[in-house]
Design a protein around this ligand. Structure first.
Ligand SMILES: [Fe+2]
Length: 233
């Protein structure tokens, strides 16, 4: 084995151990970007393939990368789960808040969607709670739409269960979410929609209302119903 091959082999071995040839411990990559649970074109024509590629592969990846850099520079935060980090986000700076929120929100968002028409309907239990707290499913959707349209600039609109078991529609700015201790209304998210322009601009341009209306076609009610059932245990 010549010297070059030996060096490469040694470097691979060190890499497996999380070390580098200069002897420093590699930055712990605590958080990683999971693949989408469906192909990039699965949500078309509601959300186009190019938007999904950029949104997941560029925007979400950047939140993960920037979060890992911030955690590496703040050892006290290392080892915390993302949910634990968000629950005490007031102790962190804006970089962790924006990128930690960005990572959690987008992961939750991807999981909330499925192919158009494949998401089923709210469970009997969830529909009863929606009817109790909003009047009807249509009235809930109208409240969700209004909150999405009312969010000035960038942010999210959510369906949450509060501490008393009541369903509410809330909106958060930027990458904040209802799990954060800084949120004006906290609760367990059941559903969230991204109303940043990067979520819809290629296909819908400035027509956020059209995006919000079309989006119901890809909501995975089967999963949202499971989240609601889990929140009641
Ligand atoms: Fe986004």
């Amino acid at each position: 084995m010549n010297k070059t091959v030996m060096t490469r082999t040694f470097a691979r071995l060190l890499a497996l151990l999380g070390l580098s040839l200069c002897g420093t411990v590699a930055h712990a990559q605590s958080f990683t970007l999971a693949p989408l649970p469906y192909p990039y074109d699965a949500l078309a024509p509601v959300i186009d393939e190019r938007t999904m590629q950029i949104h997941h592969g560029k925007h979400h990846q950047a939140y993960v990368d920037n979060l890992n850099k911030a955690i590496a520079a703040a050892p006290a935060l290392s080892g915390l789960s993302l949910e634990a980090l968000l629950a005490q986000i007031s102790k962190s700076g804006d970089v962790v808040r924006n990128n930690g929120g960005g990572h959690w929100n987008h992961t939750f968002f991807w999981e909330s969607m499925t192919r158009p028409g494949q998401g089923g309907a709210p469970s009997t239990e969830l529909l009863a709670a929606i009817t109790r707290d909003f009047g009807s499913l249509d009235q809930f959707k109208a409240a969700f739409r209004a909150a999405g349209l009312g969010r000035f600039g960038s942010g999210w609109v959510w369906l949450i269960v509060d501490a008393n078991g009541k369903l509410k529609v809330v909106s958060t700015p930027n990458q904040d979410n209802p799990l954060m201790d800084v949120a004006s209304e906290r609760g367990t998210p059941l559903l969230g929609n991204d109303v940043w322009e990067h979520a819809y601009y290629l296909q819908y341009q400035n027509r956020r209302a059209d995006y919000l209306d079309a989006w119901w076609q890809v909501v995975d009610w089967n999963l949202i119903s499971k989240r609601y059932a889990a929140s009641r245990k």
